[in-house]
Design a protein around this ligand. Structure first.
Ligand SMILES: NC(=O)c1ccc[n+]([C@@H]2O[C@H](COP(=O)([O-])OP(=O)(O)OC[C@H]3O[C@@H](n4cnc5c(N)ncnc54)[C@H](O)[C@@H]3O)[C@@H](O)[C@H]2O)c1
Length: 332
C-alpha cells in the first residue's frame, strides 16, 4: 500500500498538532483538512501546503482520495462527525475522550457494528514509553498483585479556561489516567467517589480527585487539577505510583531532562508527548499516529486500545461526574 492519505477534521490546537505530527509519520500524508472557520482553514493549508480544504466534513468524507480521518473536534462535537465517518467507511482516529456520555458512545458502537474499517480512540498514554513499560512489568508479575495506583495530571489554569467551557478536568484529563488504571489493573471498577472544587466558578470544575475501587482488593486515586498558576514551569505535571504486593513502580513525567531558566523564569521541557526534534514531532503522539497508520497498512485491527475499552472509561468517568455532582459514592 502507498502512503495512507489522511484528512483531519477540526483544526483547533490539537487538530493542527495532528497535521504537524503526521508530517513525521513516514507512511502517512495529510491530503485534506476540514474546519468551520475559513480563515483558519486557509492559514493551516498554506502553512503545510495542503491542497484540499473543506468547511463541511460530509464533503471531505465523500472524497474517494482520502483513506483515513483524524477527528479532532472538541468532545461535545465528537458524535456527529464520528457517525458520518463510520458511514463513509474511512479509517478513523477519534481524539479522546470518545464522547461526553455513555449514551453517545453507544450510538457510535451501534453504528460501528460490522464496520470493516479500523476505528480507534486516541488514548495517547497507552503509547507513552513509561506507562506502556509499567503495564508490561505488571503483566510480567514484577511487582506482584496491584494494590493501589495514584496518578496526577495537572496543568496551567489559564491555559485550561477554554476547555473548562466544555468539560471538567476529570473528563478532560483524569480520563487518561483512569484508562491507564483500567488497563494496568485489569479489573472492573466497583465504586467511584469524586471530590471536586470550582473556585473560579467556571462552567465546569477544575479541581478533581477521583477515588476508585477495583474489584475487592485494589484502590486508586486520579488527581486532575486544571488550576496550576500561570507561571508553573510544567507543561503537564503527570506522575504515577503503582504499588504491588512485591514492589512499586514510580513514573514521573514531570521530571524532564530539559530545564530552561531564562528571563521569564524556569520552564521544564515537554519531552514526553509531542516534543519537536529536527522539525518533526516525536514522543507519544507520534507513536499513536504511527500505530494507527501501520494497522491500516497491515490490514490489522488496532488492539492496543479498543472501542470497548474507550467506551468503558467513559462509563467510569460518567460515574465520577455523577459523584462530583451528588457528593455520593457511585456503585457500578
Ligand atoms: N491526546 C491528548 O493529549 C489531547 C490533548 C489536547 C486535546 N485533545 C483532544 O483533542 C480534541 C480537540 O481539542 P482542541 O483543544 O484542539 O479543541 P478546539 O476547540 O481548540 O478545536 C476544535 C476545532 O474543531 C472545529 N470544529 C468543531 N465542530 C466542527 C465541525 N462540525 N466541522 C468542522 N470543524 C469543527 C472547531 O472550529 C475548532 O477549530 C478534543 O477531543 C481534546 O480532548 C487531546
Amino acid at each position: 500500500m502507498d502512503k495512507v492519505r489522511v484528512g483531519v477534521i477540526g483544526i483547533g490546537w490539537f487538530g493542527e498538532m495532528h497535521v504537524i505530527t503526521y508530517q513525521g509519520v513516514v507512511n502517512a500524508q495529510v491530503t485534506a483538512i476540514c474546519t468551520r472557520t475559513k480563515s483558519r482553514l486557509q492559514e493551516v493549508a498554506d502553512k503545510f501546503g495542503i491542497r484540499k480544504t473543506y468547511t463541511d466534513y460530509n464533503d471531505m468524507l465523500a472524497d474517494p482520495d482520502i483513506d483515513a480521518v483524524s477527528i479532532c473536534t472538541h468532545a461535545p462535537d465528537h458524535l456527529e462527525p464520528m457517525l458520518a465517518a463510520i458511514k463513509s467507511g474511512k479509517h478513523i482516529l477519534l481524539e479522546k475522550p470518545m464522547a461526553l456520555t455513555v449514551a453517545e458512545c453507544d450510538k457510535m458502537m451501534e453504528a460501528a457494528k460490522g464496520a470493516k474499517q479500523n476505528i480507534m480512540v486516541g488514548h495517547i498514554c497507552r503509547f507513552e514509553n513509561s506507562y506502556a513499560m509499567a503495564k508490561q512489568q505488571v503483566d510480567e508479575g514484577r511487582i506482584g498483585d496491584v494494590l493501589s495506583i495514584y496518578a496526577r495530571r495537572n496543568i496551567n489554569g489559564a491555559f485550561a479556561v477554554p476547555h473548562l467551557d466544555k468539560l471538567s478536568s476529570v473528563t478532560g484529563d483524569a480520563v487518561h489516567d483512569i484508562d491507564l488504571m483500567n488497563w494496568i489493573i485489569g479489573k472492573k471498577v466497583k465504586s467511584v467517589y469524586t471530590m471536586a472544587l470550582n473556585p473560579r466558578k467556571l462552567p465546569n470544575y477544575d479541581v478533581g480527585f477521583v477515588n476508585l475501587k477495583y474489584g475487592e482488593d485494589t484502590v486508586a486515586v486520579a488527581e486532575s487539577l486544571w488550576s496550576l498558576p500561570a507561571k508553573t514551569p510544567y507543561a503537564i505535571d503527570a506522575r504515577m505510583e503503582i504499588l504491588g504486593t512485591d514492589g512499586v513502580i514510580y513514573i514521573n513525567e514531570a521530571a524532564s531532562p530539559l530545564v530552561i531558566d531564562d528571563k521569564n523564569g524556569r520552564s521544564i521541557g515537554e519531552t514526553v508527548y509531542w516534543p519537536s526534534i529536527h522539525g518533526n514531532i516525536t514522543g507519544a503522539l507520534h507513536n499513536e499516529l504511527t500505530y494507527f497508520i501501520e494497522c491500516i497498512r497491515d490490514i490489522k485491527k488496532p488492539d492496543i486500545i479498543t472501542l470497548e475499552e474507550s467506551r468503558y472509561v467513559i462509563e467510569v468517568i460518567n460515574a465520577a461526574e455523577k459523584s462530583a455532582e451528588t457528593g455520593e459514592i457511585v456503585y457500578l
